[in-house]
Write a new protein. Sequence first.
Length: 519
Amino acid sequence: MSYIALYRKWRPLVFDDVVEQEHIVKSLKYSVNTGRIAHAYLFCGTRGTGKTTMAQILSRAVNCLNPNNGNPCNECEICRGILSGSLLDVMEIDAASNNSVDNVRDIRDEVIYTPSRAKYKVYIIDEVHMLSTGAFNALLKTLEEPPSHVIFILATTEPHKLPATILSRCQRYDFRRITVESIAVRLDKIYRANGIDVENEALKLIARISEGALRDALSILDQCISLGNKKITYSDVLSITGMANEHFISTFVDSISNRDISNILILINHLVMEGKDISQFVSTLILYYRNLLICKLLDNAQSIIDASGDSINTMKLQASSLDKDEIIYIIKELSELESSLKWANHPRVMLEVTLIKICTNPVKNEPQKIENNQTIPAKQVSSQEGTHNIFSNSVNLVQIWDEVLKELNKAGKGPLCFILRTAKILEFDINCIGIILPGNDGANREIVSQPANIKLIEKILKDKLGKEVRVKCLIEKDLENIKKFNPEVIDSEIFNDDRVEKILSFATTFNAPFNIYDK
């Protein structure tokens, strides 16, 4: 007989074995015991929390010949037929691959016939949010007034994608994420029953990184068992999952706090040579900084943070040397990086650049914020036509530009956001804003300048500024043909950056009023 994966072998067969969904179990058992069976159920929740398992148990419970306190007996011919898949009165359908109108019409044509052997015909439609609009419309009438012998059980991880007309016709049950403690207890029972020895720290790590999904935890345990070791250790779990250990993360965070770029680059090289996944590492780093923030804000951080006592003490020590705003800044930068890595061809480079930016532009060294509607005194620059103000009211536009990038990211424009993060914003006049990209590569300019992208940026700016603005994207190479430069400006301390000099010369030559805002 072929090997059966742990998550299949240990799938609960009765309601009482389902882990930590007592609120749903109680309701469904009562429905079975009293015969108050709904015609349509909707099971919602993240992956691995028991939606499909519960649907399968319910399909047997309503048809079982000898139910026991609402649970199926799993011994009668009906239960055995459903378990083996030989009883066609219970059908499980994957909506991801059967999402067309024709697929739903087939169901609609079948429901009029009575069950062959069972009391109810049960249709379990998994990932129901994947159905097309036409398929939902075809399902609607049948779902609203199905024959008395038919039960629909819909399961989804994304209930917000279902039409309101579908939601209103179902009894909805929301599955909770399973706690680390409950997952650990279940894993302990399983590995002992299989004669396997697992370190306690390894067990806790598996439970923690499964993020509330018991199926994921069982899959990780299965992989660890496949190593063939007599005892599964903490290191085995790290090796299987591609995660960096807590000591490495702690050392990495210390290097960031110390602005030790050299050591950061060495640690990243070690990370890559060990074959660790960059995206997984960034995600782990974000969670670590989240824990640092909790340690900074709460005295009883151990009640929220799932980590050992020694680890929490280390975090508290690290958090004491960091400012709250600095931790939040780092979390935001890493979160933007995590989003951008989905499309990255060179994730290592992006990680290095982001951390160098964090180290060289710490929050505590940023320009002082403007409060109480005060303004930063404007620097004066002479030109042929008069005087222009540089950096006047700059914080407002910087804040608005940050909000623009967030809106672009929400709109699914992650790659565009990554390009624009290093751009300088040039205000030609009150109705025209220029985006100056660093470097001389025109490829990024072409991406930003696509009509759809420019239109979207202009729309977001209009919403933020309350007025129409035009946007123009340039690169430094566009300004290189300007050779003349006003000697009175060269000595200005704010123009040590050659790019700013070129922009100023460009505006002076063409007599364009401007402000420069640099993040």
